[in-house]
Design a protein around this ligand. Structure first.
Ligand code: HEC
Ligand code: HEC
Length: 287
């Protein structure tokens, strides 16, 4: 019997050995294929010409829509972990130099880079709605910026755990989350409610559903945005957007952070438009 066990153990350890030797290259190759996957999204022209006159508005919008919150002035590590690697939102003052107007539109609206590969973690599902006016303004501002030295590390890199997470579908490729909207040409829209609908789609929908709770992963669950905003009288809603302080003087974690860094750059009429839209519009769940 002992001979049999030893034989079996030999085969088992040989098998394990082969698996252990072949695992890393397999994981590496499979994740490299995922990273190299290209998305076939046609280039469409930007129907508003960028110009330096739009730059100040573009800088404001780059804050409102979160570009600067993620990318910072010259690049920013969004996530890092031992064995996972680090995910870098790169230095836009360098990156933008390679991008034509059309390529920029495709990148922001569809999460597809110049070379056709997909971008990770950009909220393209919401940004897909950005109007040509707003994209032109952001692009105008980026083009007027001098090229800054990259913050370090300057590029994304993937460790073995990060690659395994990618194969398990836990790394969000933006292009796979886009549901194309009919992006409008101009802003402001005709009515405050239309303006509000636009901003909710472009900003809030990244984290919130309108009428249901939304599980964002990483343990972050957000409440239905319409019901929550309807609980806010306008002055309190303005205070939440400007300072991150919620009803009852609460700090509401990520919501407070995002309000202070991004949403506080909205104009009063934009904040009021969001409030008006979410108060006027009917809940989809209602009879
Ligand atoms: C939630 C964070 C986040 C937000 C918001 C965000 N980005 Fe990004 N962006 C990233 C990350 C992460 C990458 C790099 C992803 C990668 O390495 O695949 C990136 C990459 C880019 C690139 C470089 C693409 C390339 O060729 O490598 C550009 C340009 C860019 N973003 C522009 C923008 C603009 C403009 C906005 C606002 C409209 C924006 N981003 C909003 C996270 C963000
Ligand atoms: C980056 C993700 C993110 C974005 C973008 C975001 N929210 Fe939130 N929001 C959250 C989270 C997370 C919570 C739950 C916070 C908590 O209770 O800890 C929340 C909670 C709220 C609440 C409830 C606050 C309370 O009284 O408890 C309101 C109202 C709200 N969000 C409105 C908005 C509006 C309006 C927008 C768009 C202009 C928006 N949010 C965009 C993440 C986000």
């Amino acid at each position: 019997m002992s001979i049999n066990i030893i034989k079996t153990l030999k085969w088992v350890s040989l098998g394990l050995g082969i698996v252990i030797v072949l695992m890393p290259p397999t994981i590496y190759l499979a994740s490299a294929l995922k990273l190299g996957k290209t998305y076939d999204v046609a280039l469409t022209p930007l129907r508003v010409a960028p110009s330096p006159a739009l730059a100040p508005e573009g800088e404001r919008l780059a804050n409102v829509f979160g570009c600067l919150g993620c990318h910072h002035a010259n690049g920013n590590v969004l996530f890092e972990g031992p064995g996972v690697g680090h995910l870098v939102a790169p230095n836009l003052t360098r990156k933008i130099r390679d991008y034509s107007d059309e390529e920029f539109v495709r990148l922001v609206r569809y999460g597809v880079k110049r070379d056709g590969t997909g971008i990770i973690a950009m909220p393209s599902a919401g940004l897909n709605a950005l109007s040509d006016d707003d994209l032109a303004a952001i692009l105008s501002w980026l083009r007027t910026q001098p090229q800054l030295k990259d913050a370090q590390p300057a590029v994304t890199s993937w460790g073995p755990f990060g690659r395994i997470a990618m194969l398990l579908g836990a790394v969000p490729f933006s292009a796979e989350k886009v549901v194309p909207q009919i992006a409008s040409l101009h802003r402001p829209m005709a009515t405050p409610a239309e303006q509000g609908a636009y901003l909710v789609q472009a900003i809030c929908s990244d984290c919130h559903n309108l009428d249901t709770e939304h599980d964002n992963g990483w343990g972050i669950v957000t409440p239905p945005v319409r019901m929550m905003v309807q609980a806010y009288p306008l002055p309190d809603f303005r205070r939440l957007m400007r300072t991150g302080v919620a009803l009852g003087d609460r700090d509401v974690n990520l919501m407070s952070t995002i309000a202070r860094s991004d949403l506080s750059h909205m104009r009063d009429d934009e904040i009021d438009a969001i409030h008006a839209y979410l108060n006027e519009s009917e809940s989809q769940d209602a009879e």
